[in-house]
Each structure stands twice: as structure tokens, then as C-alpha cells.
Design a protein around this ligand. Structure first.
Ligand SMILES: [Fe+2]
Length: 388
């Protein structure tokens, strides 16, 4: 994990010194219009000013990170001789900041560096201050961008594109609406558990994934419902841990099945993955009973008291009830007659790979999950998401 992580209450006060410690004297500060109004954001800007940094402030990051916006900000960096990017915001703002740092020092368009193509030059130093706990973008080597001209999503990044520093301070969660806090935290839990049930998992990723899942489960109610600062600090760190785990062991079936729901039926990412989570975890856990037992314990289970898979399912549903999250899709979100098509659309998976010319019931979903899923099983899994 190349990103240096500074975590805990009071961290924001150090952001000027931290920016200097990674070579910034004149950074571009990017945020969005909502975050720019928050006291913690004003505090960050004041702190870097007091530390003697000269900076340019851009407060209009789009709701989804835009390729054109990142390229235009990169132009600003070059014209003004800016030497780093400090991003304060959610996943979109941080993706915009990271892509700006790549574009500022590399020739041509970011389209030339759509993954798996790599930008030849190391990006400007980046400092990420997440204002939601869940996306994990602050420790990820990738940025997801929208190309407004070609109407495409593209990913830029690679091993040289990890953020330089992630500053996790629960003060940044002060204004986060409860519904968004809950959805983001459960997305992080999906990242952790999908990494844990991956065929690419190692003892190293497993320890981070299960540590993250356990912390998330234990802190989530206090973090989201009570806004307890210690719990929010745990939530932020565990979200970063989840992304470190899935950045290495990759994501599994929940994200693979959610992807076509998001792109074809406009189901929000957090709804897609959280409704799918209990079903796909149960599916994988059947093939990995030892791991199922460990996950059940991480989610508050007492050894030997209940079937581990049953416990995982029930503890997740109880958590969703407490946080006010959906346990199933509505028929508007997933019309019955669309389930087969969505299952087939999930075949390419998130990471590319061979897709057969014709897809039938026995075609496998491309996924690193430790249990393979056929299109038929994917359809059954989606249909199960329509009832609690
Ligand atoms: Fe996710």
C-alpha cells in the first residue's frame, strides 16, 4: 500500500504540514459546491494558508468526475505552476483530483491512458481528504471518469497512481446525511467481504478484509445513527482498509451483478451492492465453510450458536433494518422480466476477460469470486433479491 494514511480526530489541523511533507508548496485544492460551504472545508483551506502554502481553489467538481473537467484543471496546474492536488470530498471529487494530477504531467488526453494503458509520468503528489466513509477512493490507484463527449465511463490509473497521502478525520463526516452515511458504510462492507471471498485472497488481504468487516460491523450503528466521533474515525479507517483488501484481492459477485443494474436500470451503486450482498455472500460461503464461520464471528456471531450462513444473512438484514436500508429491490428497480437480461449482461464482469459469442444458462460470470456463478444462478440470485 503505497499511500501514507493519517487517521484520527484532529488530523485536519495538520493538513498544511502534511501537504508540505509530500512536496506541495502551491497545490490545487479541489472540492464541490456542497463541501465548500462546510466549516471543516473552510478550516482546511485556512490551515494550508496558515502553513504558508499558496494555493488555487476550485469549488465546482461535478457530481460524477468528468474527464473534461480534470483535463481543464490540469491545464490550470500547468499554467500556474501548481505542484500538487489536494482533494476534499467524496469519491467523485477525489477521482477528479487524482485524474487532474495524472493529466497535469502527461501529454495528450486522459483518453490515451484509459486502463490498461498507463500514463508514462508519475502524477503530481496528491492529498485526499474523504468526506464520506465507504468509497475507498483515497487509497485506490484508479479514478473513474465520465467522458462527456463520448458518453463513456473510463478508468485511468495504475500502480504509480496511488494517492500520496490519505487524511482521515471524522470531522469531515459532520454534515453527511444519515442515508448516505449508511449506504457508503455498507458499500465498504461489500468491498471487504467480496475481497474475503475472492479466489485471489491471500492471508495478507484476508487479515485486512476481515479486520475491516469486523470494525465496520461494530462501528456502523454508532457512526451512522449516533454520529459518535470515535465510531466515525473507525468507519473511515475500516473503509480504507476494505479498499486496500479489494484493491489486491479484487471485487466479486455483488459488484459484478450490480454493474448492469447500475448502467441499464439506473439502480444506485450502493443499493445494488447492499441488496446483493447477503445473497452473494451466502452463495460463496457455501463453498467456504471455514471462512463463513470467521465472517459470522466478525458480524457478531457466537461460535456454535447458529448456522454461520444463516447468522451472516440475519445480522446483515438486522443491520439494514437499523440503518434504514433496503433489503430487497422493488419491481421498479428490477422488473421481473429483466432479470435474465441483467444476468447475461453481468457475464463480462468488472475486470474484462474472454466473453463467449453466445451466452446460455451455463455460461459463467467473469469474476474472481471463489465460487463460480452461472448465468442461471445469477438470475436466481437476482430474483431472490426481489423478496426478503
Ligand atoms: Fe462499491
Amino acid at each position: 500500500m503505497p499511500t501514507k494514511i493519517v487517521s484520527g480526530q484532529g488530523g485536519l489541523a495538520r493538513c498544511g504540514a502534511l501537504a508540505q511533507s509530500i512536496g506541495m508548496a502551491k497545490p490545487l485544492v479541489v472540492t464541490d459546491a456542497v463541501i465548500a460551504k462546510q466549516d471543516f472545508c473552510k478550516f482546511v483551506v485556512q490551515a494550508i494558508e496558515e502553513a504558508g502554502l499558496r494555493y488555487e481553489l476550485f469549488e465546482d467538481c461535478a457530481v460524477d468526475a468528468r474527464l473534461q473537467q480534470a483535463e481543464s484543471l490540469a491545464g490550470l496546474c500547468r499554467r500556474k505552476g501548481l505542484d500538487g492536488v489536494l482533494a476534499i470530498g467524496g469519491g467523485s471529487v477525489m477521482c477528479c483530483g487524482k485524474a487532474t494530477a495524472i493529466s497535469a504531467v502527461n501529454e495528450g488526453s486522459l483518453r490515451d491512458y484509459a486502463f490498461p494503458r498507463l500514463a508514462p509520468r508519475h502524477p503530481l503528489p496528491t492529498l485526499m481528504i474523504p468526506t464520506t466513509a465507504g468509497s475507498g477512493v483515497e487509497v485506490s490507484q484508479f479514478s473513474v471518469l465520465k467522458d462527456e463527449e463520448l458518453h463513456e465511463k473510463l478508468i485511468v490509473g495504475g500502480a504509480s497512481c496511488f494517492p500520496t497521502l490519505a487524511l482521515l478525520d471524522p470531522a469531515t463526516l459532520a454534515s453527511l446525511p444519515k442515508a448516505l452515511a449508511a449506504a457508503s458504510a455498507v458499500d465498504a462492507l461489500c468491498h471487504a467481504l467480496e475481497a474475503y471471498f475472492s479466489s485471489l485472497a491471500t492471508p495478507l488481504t484476508d487479515s485486512i478484509a476481515i479486520g475491516s468487516a469486523k470494525t465496520l460491523y461494530n462501528c456502523m450503528r454508532k457512526s451512522v445513527l449516533d454520529r459518535d466521533l470515535d465510531a466515525q474515525a473507525d468507519n473511515l479507517l475500516a473503509s480504507s482498509m476494505a479498499n486496500i483488501a479489494c484493491g489486491n484481492a479484487r471485487l466479486g459477485l455483488g459488484h459484478a451483478l450490480s454493474d448492469p443494474l447500475e448502467s441499464h436500470l439506473d439502480v444506485p451503486h450502493t443499493v445494488g451492492v447492499s441488496v446483493l450482498l447477503p445473497r452473494v455472500v451466502a452463495f460463496c460461503a457455501e463453498a467456504a465453510p471455514a471462512k463463513a464461520t470467521i465472517v459470522a464471528q466478525a458480524l457478531g456471531g457466537v461460535p456454535g450458536q447458529r448456522d454461520p450462513i444463516d447468522h451472516i444473512r440475519r445480522s446483515l438484514f438486522d443491520l439494514y433494518d437499523d440503518l434504514g436500508l433496503r433489503k430487497s429491490f422493488s419491481l421498479e428497480q428490477l422488473p421481473l422480466e429483466k432479470a435474465s437480461a441483467i444476468a447475461a449482461l453481468a457475464v463480462p464482469g468488472l475486470y474484462g476477460g474472454m466473453v463467449p459469442h453466445s451466452i446460455d444458462n451455463e455460461t459463467l460470470i467473469n469474476s474472481p469470486a471463489l465460487r463460480s456463478m452461472t448465468v442461471k444462478q445469477a438470475r436466481e440470485c437476482l430474483l431472490a433479491c426481489l423478496s426478503e
